[in-house]
Design a protein around this ligand. Structure first.
Ligand code: PPS
Length: 313
């Protein structure tokens, strides 16, 4: 396990080192109209991903960047470990959580998908991609997908701090500059409102479960219970408490150097709700409210986000 954890942190360290040699305008490339970081993604890997053969027992977590992907990854990895009768300790050590391949489906070299064919089931994968850019085998084979969404104001706030904390993404001198880019489809992995609209088309499928960052924050035990039930994993009360404890923000932040190397603090920043209040101007609130209203509010996924509760109150 020591090796696999090292593989994860080595990957991030290598990408950051490569990014530090590039100018700001060289950090991203466009693929099918969406921007991605050059140091971790490539058009060749995207091409190879198209023919990736998903298995019906794969476990997929789909989330736009900064929605709590690492949090849910911890929970899902623990649930998989429990389903395989592995023993978990009270503290998250990062040991069981990191597979040999970097878990982000679209991140890595084009040969990665060949190597993944040899991985035992169940394979755990994470993706920030929109559904139309995922390999068709995922939907054909009815792979179970946990779709995680977070309120757009906190996503933007978290994204801004992340861009300034890690060299693989273009940094911003001001929040205002970032906000302009975020609202004009220039953020990595594309426009969050489009992401929500596209995923909304899929949320009634039986193989997709949606969860919000905010509902998990309000009641982690219920969230974990529902996720386990969706994936058909039985949990004792004790195991449930253990998963909740190991995935608490405090526990994950404390272990972040072990699990995420020197960028642990960047991945685990505040872990709260409504941090956007510290940064959004009145004008920016109005702008985002309008776009949300026009593009997402009327959809099922939009309603699930409880925008009035988390983005207006
Ligand atoms: S990434 O880089 O896109 O994969 O980032 P991602 O993990 O999706 O999102 C990072 C934000 O999630 C917060 N986080 C958590 N919140 C609550 N509980 C736990 N355990 C947890 N772990 C990570 C993390 O702090 C980032 O949010 P902000 O608002 O920046 O703190």
């Amino acid at each position: 396990m020591e090796n696999s954890r090292k593989a994860f942190t080595d990957f991030v360290d290598k990408a950051v080192a490569a990014a530090s040699l590039l100018n700001r305008d060289e950090l991203m490339f466009s693929y099918k109209g969406i921007l991605y970081p050059v140091t971790i993604c490539s058009p060749e890997a995207f091409k190879a991903l198209e023919s990736f053969e998903a298995r019906s027992d794969d476990v997929i977590l789909a989330a736009y960047p900064k929605s709590g992907t690492n949090w849910l990854s911890q929970i899902l990895n623990d649930l998989i470990a429990i389903s395989q009768k592995k023993t978990l300790t009270k503290e998250s050590s990062g040991d069981a959580e990191k597979p040999q391949e970097f878990p982000y489906l679209e991140v890595g070299d084009p040969e990665k998908y060949e190597r993944m064919m040899k991985l035992p089931s169940p394979r755990f994968m994470v993706t920030h991609l929109r559904p139309e850019n995922l390999p068709t085998s995922i939907f054909k084979n009815k792979v179970k997908i946990l779709l995680l969404v977070r309120n757009p104001k906190d996503v933007a706030t978290s994204f801004f701090h992340f861009c300034n904390g890690i060299a693989t993404l273009p940094s911003y001198e001001t929040w205002d500059d970032f906000f302009t880019d975020f609202m004009s489809k220039k953020a990595a992995w594309g426009c969050y409102f489009e992401y929500l609209s596209e995923w909304n088309k899929y949320i009634d499928k039986e193989n997709i479960m949606t969860i919000t960052y905010e509902e998990l924050k309000e009641n982690p035990a219920l969230g974990v219970k529902n996720i386990a039930a969706f994936f058909g994993i039985t949990l004792t009360e004790e195991e449930l408490q253990l998963v909740v404890e190991r995935s608490s923000f405090q526990s994950m932040k404390k272990n972040s150097e072990k699990t995420h190397g020197s960028f642990g603090n960047v991945f685990f920043r505040k872990g709260g709700v409504r941090d956007w209040k510290n940064i959004f101007s009145e004008d920016q609130n109005e702008k985002m409210d309008k776009v949300f209203e026009e593009q997402v509010a009327g959809t099922k996924l939009g309603k699930k986000l409880k925008y009035d509760v988390y983005c207006k109150a």
